[in-house]
Structure formats: structure tokens, C-alpha cells
Design a protein around this ligand. Sequence first.
Ligand SMILES: [Zn+2]
Length: 434
Amino acid sequence: MKDEESILSRRSFLGAGARATAPPWAAGVFGTGRPYKEAAFRAARWIDSLEIHRGVNTIWPISPGASVSFDLYSGIPGVVLFQLALSKAGSRDALTRAMAGANTLIEHIASGETKSGLYVGIAGISWTLERVYQQSRVAVYRDHARLAARTALESLPNETDVVFGLAGVGYMLLRMSESVGDSALLDGAVTCGERLLDRAQETDDGGVRWLMRSGDEVEMPGFSHGTAGVVAYLATLYQATGSERFLSAASAGGRHLIALSEGDDCMIPRKPTERIFYSGWCHGPVGTARAFHALNVAEGGRWADWVVKCAKAVRKGVGFEDWNNFGLCCGLAGKLAFFLDLFAASGSQNWLVVAKRLGDELVRGAVSSDGELCWPHAEHRVKPSEIVAQSGLMQGASGIGLTLLQLDAVLGGESASTYLPDNPFLYPNNINPE
Ligand SMILES: [Zn+2]
């Protein structure tokens, strides 16, 4: 508690950190002062070892010898986003790799992708292609990104959630409309919001909730598949449109989340029918904090205490069913990204101290071979013996590498350079208009 109150000077903080954390292999091309960037570039080498070329296209399987995915969650889009970040960080051939991956995604869309979600489906591919265009300025990626966005708009999902459903697609359409200036995409984002209003269910605690699919009997209140993700989206949509009905529903959803919370910090069970608590982006306070932050921005600071309660729960780390996972979805990288978000939103060095500690854990947890780094882990808590090193965004080396690059950038006084449409912490100030 005491250390949380002490503010370190930037110089002493960076100096102490660099001495204390450099791993033995970090005396590479960047010197001992950049261990996180070094680790990210070594992760990139491991991902490079998986790549398969098909003409002007490149694919990366989810893991060595495994199948290929086209989803942002675990497939090629995440590797492409990592390549874009590597290019910004100085890698000479990463932009070429990103475009070769984007070529594969364009071919995949043409073959008839049927899902429209952000993390599973065409919305995530659209977002990725737009980022490739923003960095390469090659028009074919812009054209296909916007074509894909229209396709997602015309085939909105039935699910409500961020991963598969309306909240995730709505986030993509909203952010894409801001950077592209296409009012039809904003109209689509509003349609997603209206459909979510129709799906809100009143709860006994005076709030509302959203079930992922019609007919579901058990609620998952977290960010990836439930109420927290929908609340974040509707609060963000209110900021963009000024429409009070979205804020009213988001606020009622926030009250329901508070009613589900236990203890002094924000502890919400993965499902109200079981007392199992996850800490991460998917079902834990790392993700739920996004709902409270979006509400807090929309309602002038009323929800700030709940953002901090989420942060304290994660930092304390007590009472969670954590398992061997390093990824952005369920594990360490997601926590690191969260504390970087908190630092970006508050400017408080206290959160950066926690982020750096988690970055050190991530680096120490890597498996090193021939100068390459990967993170073998269990994707699922209930399958702890299925240990696999993945290449993608939410469970693999791309997401971990991206986050380590963000930590390196922040320690160098820069802002995080890569962001996703569903992160309310990074908007609106980090939007890159054309
Ligand atoms: Zn997860």
C-alpha cells in the first residue's frame, strides 16, 4: 500500500528498472537497456520460423504443425498487427511481412468468410487490413478493409458479445467510421447499439444484463462474452452519438456488475452460478475495468473508484483461479496491457511500476531456443496439460510481443503505438485520422 503512494522520478525509475531486470540474453542488438524490445524481436524470429510462403501470400499456423486461423483472436490478423508494430519499432522487413499476411486475408475474404465478429470473423480482418493501409498507404488494403467493413455491416451477428457479436462489430464500425469518415459505418454502429438495447434483460438488482446468445440460461458477465463488454460498447457509443438511451442502458449494466461484485476490490465470478474468479481480459477485472472506464468517461468521473477497484484486484492477485497462461486474453500479457492503459489514462507512475514487474515476469517466462522466444502455456484452465506455444494475438507470441513493444515504447516516453477498436482506454486521443 505504501509503495503505491510513492511517486518515483522517471530517471530513477528507468535506471533502477534497467539494472534490475535485464535477462542474460538481453545483451543483443539493442543492448541491456531494452530487454522488452529485445524479447519482442526474438519472439518475432520464432514467428518467422513458422511462416509459409505461397506466392505473394504468407501464412503462419497457430502453432508449429497446426492449422491456420483467419481470426483476430488466434490467427493471421494478430501476426499482421504484430508485424506492423515491429516495423514501427525499426524492423526492416516487417511491413513486407504484414502486407504478405494481408494478401492472405484478402484471398480468404474472397473465399467467403461467413462469421462477422471482431475476434472471430470478418470485422477483425477488416480492422487489420485498415491498419495495414494506414501504415503502408497501399490502396488495395484500404479498398478491401472498407469492403469487408460493409460486408460485416450487412451480416450483423446474432450474438451480443465482443468476441463474436454486436458489441465487437459495433466497436469496429464505430472506430472505422471515425478514421474513414463513412457515415454508413457510423449508422451500422448505431444499429448494433439498438439491437443490444433490444437484448437487454432487467435484473433483480435493478440493473440490466446481456446474455451472449438468445436462449442462453447462464450469464457470463465479463468483457469477452458478456455484460461488461456490452456496457463498454454502449458507453463508448454514447460518447460518439450523444444518445442518452445508450448511456442509460450502459449505466444500468454497470449497476448490475457492481451488484455481482464481492469484497472490497472488484471480484465478479466468471458465471454467477459458480464461484470461480478469473483475473484476465476475458472474464476478470482486466476486462471489466474497460466497462467502468468507458462509463467513467461518459459520466464525468462517477465510476473512477470501480476502475481502481479492478486494478487493485488484479495487482493483489488473491482469490483468482489463475493458471499457466501468458497471453493477452487470460494471462500475464493482458494484465501488463491493462496497467499500461491505466498509466496512459492517469499518468500515474504507480501503475507503470506494476506494468514493469509484469513485463519482467513475461520475459522470464519465455522459452528460448536458437535466439528465438516463445511462450508455451495452457489456453484453457480446465485443460492444464495441453501446453502449446501459439503465434497469434490473444493466446500467442504476437500479442505478447506487441505488449512488450508497448512497454518498451512507454518507458522511452512514447505512447503505445498499436491499439484495438474495443479498448476504451486508448480513445479518442490515440485515433490516427487519415
Ligand atoms: Zn481468456
